[in-house]
Write a protein that binds this ligand. Sequence first.
Ligand SMILES: [Zn+2]
Length: 78
Amino acid sequence: MQPTDEILKQLLHHLGKTKADELGCDELFELLDEYTEAAARGQITEQLMPLVQQHLDQCHDCCEEFEALLSILKSEAA
Ligand SMILES: [Zn+2]
């Protein structure tokens, strides 16, 4: 069992993001690995999803990075 929620909470805490403020690209990248792994496992957290999803919706670069990571993780898991 991976304590994904705890890791994400700690990351958010490190970033000073305890509320649903907008993330910058640098901040998103720090979260993206964990977020993508959680997404690949179907373990997206309700707390983090709006933050990351909001940025991915607005930022094509990060969205492409996320989808690339996700496809890699899914192909590894398959
Ligand atoms: Zn971005």
